[in-house]
Design a protein around this ligand. Structure first.
Ligand code: HEM
Length: 123
């Protein structure tokens, strides 16, 4: 039986595993700095922990705007359906390899729904 995520520390672990995959990914890594511009990974991962903590446990301090942020990401470097597909594939792969449970299912469902809305609003 694999663990679920039940607090920020476990979410942090999941986020590090996920963004390690993103960093290795040829298609997605250029969006996160690389040689293109500086990127603060620690700040990003902490923000993603707050984002998911809010969704799962209603305790995070996330006050960001994912849609607005992704419109800016898209202006800097065009995001296409293929990028969203890869993002979702890696997200599912990492979560399903290391975890299982209700909160993991919620994260997969939310990410899918958010990716859909982002694409409707961005393209
Ligand atoms: C094409 C796929 C995606 C790419 C390339 C991408 C890229 C990025 C980048 C570069 C940032 C940091 C922006 C910055 O700090 O300036 C960011 C932030 C974020 N991303 Fe994504 N993302 C993708 C899909 C998603 C999806 C499907 C979700 C759904 C959970 C998501 C959730 C977030 C959140 C919550 C933030 C923080 C937004 C804020 O500033 O408040 N992303 N993303």
């Amino acid at each position: 039986m694999k663990p679920d995520v039940s607090n920020r520390e476990e979410l942090y672990h999941a986020m590090v595993l996920f963004y390690d995959k993103i960093k290795e990914d040829e298609l997605l890594s250029p969006f996160f700095g690389g040689q293109n511009f500086p990127f603060n990974w620690d700040k990003h991962i902490q923000m993603m922990c707050s984002f998911w903590e809010n969704i799962l446990f209603f305790t995070g301090d996330y006050e960001g705007n994912p849609l607005g942020t992704h419109k800016l990401v898209h202006q800097k470097m065009i995001t296409q359906p293929i990028h969203f597909e890869r993002w979702m594939d890696l997200f599912y792969e990492v979560l399903e390899t290391h975890f299982e449970g209700d909160n993991i299912d919620k994260m997969k469902g939310h990410a899918q729904a958010i990716a859909k809305v982002m694409q409707q609003q961005i393209f």
